[in-house]
Design a protein around this ligand. Structure first.
Ligand SMILES: [Zn+2]
Length: 275
């Protein structure tokens, strides 16, 4: 599986804890480990979206807890950028050096799909940050002796099996075919009509993850935390602002504003113009 296809399979929704909240300290993280947790919440409805919402609320601020990703069988919610620390490991060393991933436990969840998604997420993050497999993938228990991830620890061979699926997912990941993309871009610059479609826009393979646009909305365009108007507004992008589209969710685009290929938020695709 190509990296961009794998990323799409995660169905990642970025629903960040607002900057300035006390459980988002903003301290820089260079991830050397990935810490695995279980949510310890087996209530009906305690899915990834619910845990992302929880992290934005008062109780999470009071308890000073936060983590990067929550995984269920349907999607992955991201609550913190991967270059900021969270408070999930129970030790400052664990928080300062690891990405925190919580796997849900609610009863409606298809466990096999959820752990498969979690293994794929770990494999992608390990590839992105050069985390050693399998030794860089650790349990919450390794930092603070808490009985977490409880489900994996309570299942005989559960942790070993999870690491095995991470290793297999990582071995199956392939880089995006960069030479093809470079060749196409060259053609674009030559205005080669043979790769233009009837609308005059360049035809690109669907596997290309990033494309460049500008904001085409006179009064600015709202940048939101997720793909829909019910998600929080992060900021407003001015008319003509350049953005790169990282991935699409229906009518919405996840966009990168800083050029690091990581999503910074979501905008409605109708107000983007190709450049
Ligand atoms: Zn934990």
């Amino acid at each position: 599986m190509q990296l961009d296809e794998a990323f799409a399979e995660l169905k990642l929704v970025q629903d960040f804890i607002p900057t300035g909240n006390s459980n988002r300290p903003g301290t820089k993280l260079i991830p050397r480990f990935i810490t695995i947790h279980n949510t310890d919440n087996s209530s009906p409805g305690a899915n990834a979206a619910a845990h992302a919402k929880y992290q934005k609320g008062q109780d999470a601020r009071n308890r000073r807890v936060s983590w990067h990703f929550t995984v269920d069988d349907k999607s992955v919610y991201q609550s913190l950028p991967t270059n900021e620390i969270g408070w999930h490991a129970g030790t400052s060393q664990g928080n300062a050096s690891s990405i925190g991933i919580e796997v849900c436990m609610h009863p409606e969840m298809d466990k096999i799909s959820a752990y498969k998604k979690a293994a794929l997420l770990v494999a992608i993050m390990a590839r992105r940050f050069g985390v050693t497999l399998p030794n860089g993938v650790v349990q919450h228990h390794d930092w603070s002796a808490k009985h977490c991830p409880r489900v994996l620890r309570d299942t005989p061979g559960g942790w070993e099996k999870f690491l095995q699926s991470v290793t297999e997912a990582a071995a199956a990941l392939q880089e995006v075919a960069a030479p093809d993309i470079i060749a196409l871009h060259d053609h674009d610059h030559d205005h080669d009509q043979s790769i233009m479609n009837v609308n005059g826009s360049a035809v690109r393979p669907s596997s290309i993850p990033i494309d460049h646009y500008v904001v085409n909305s006179r009064h600015g365009l709202r940048l939101r935390a997720g793909p829909g108007t019910d998600f929080d507004i992060i900021s407003s992008l001015p008319f003509g602002a350049p953005v790169s589209v990282v991935s699409r969710f229906g009518d919405w685009s996840m966009v990168d504003l800083s050029g690091d290929s990581a999503g910074d938020g979501f905008v409605h695709s109708a107000f983007l113009k190709t450049v």
